[in-house]
Design a protein around this ligand. Sequence first.
Ligand code: ZN
Length: 342
Amino acid sequence: MRAAVIKQHGPPESIAIEYREIPVPSENQVLVRVRACGLNHLDVWVRRGVPGHRFPLPIVPGSDITGVVERAGAGVTNVTAGARVIVDPGVNCGECERCLAGEENLCVKFGLLGESADGGCQEYFAADARQVHALPDRLTFEQGACIPIACVTAWHMLVEKARIQAGETILIHAAGSGVSIACLQIAKMHGLQIYVTSTSDEKLQRAKTLGAHRFFNTSKESFYESVRNHTGKRGVDVVVDHVGEPTFMDSVKSLRRGGRLVSCGATAGSNVVLDWKHVFFKNLALYGSSYGTRRDFTAVLDAFARGDLFPVLDSTVPLEGLARAHAALESRKAFGKIVVSL
Ligand SMILES: [Zn+2]
């Protein structure tokens, strides 16, 4: 079978296509013929490397896997051969206090497929049966591969951490990113007033078609000033900021008293400047958030099955186009997800 492999960190061209043996599933695993694998900004970090963090190289990247069960191990009861499936990329021990409490993303052994273990940019994948779920009938493999990382991360941030409520106002940065589009849809599903930022008028226009209410082009205006103007100087209830250095301080200043900021990353740098007085004077809450739980995964899948959430697919590429897809991810031209079709 063909597999995309990162042997050492570097530019997009450092991704190689190799031929490998088809994996043999153990008793509690299923062998999935991978049909699609969605890309995330995480893939760029895995490929480039992160100072102070060791990835298990060589690694097959790709976290968001859909496909068909080719065969199931003897101990597997939840799926059978021929089933259309989607894989929860969250890896955890399943035995510790946190796992037993349903807080799998707090497990000390927590990781993600494609980051701490081989992922789905290969033709076959041996998945633990407990991570495999039925893919809702209404979704194609490519559409399903838009879901896991972006949508589970967004759901955990907004529903579990920020605890969004109908009627609240939310500011979401970087309107074109997969996680921001998921946040936009989840906020709309919960009845919030939605403000979005982007440096691209085209992306803001696309966000409008998804139901956002106000649009701030940060190459032309200060989103902080605009938030103040549109909220009568009050500020918004919730900010989603996964940009980091360029936006963080103004994000904090854009919150109302008692407001909440949630963040799942810092794509433009994590050494943020923070004037702490805003946090205590205004009774703010700042939440870090990383992926989500099995319960979040199920809630997200149910929302897609009902049609409350829907995939926003930018483009598909073949496995041999993965380096090109990484370059596209880094150029930030995409609106929605880039998916490898196998
Ligand atoms: Zn655990």
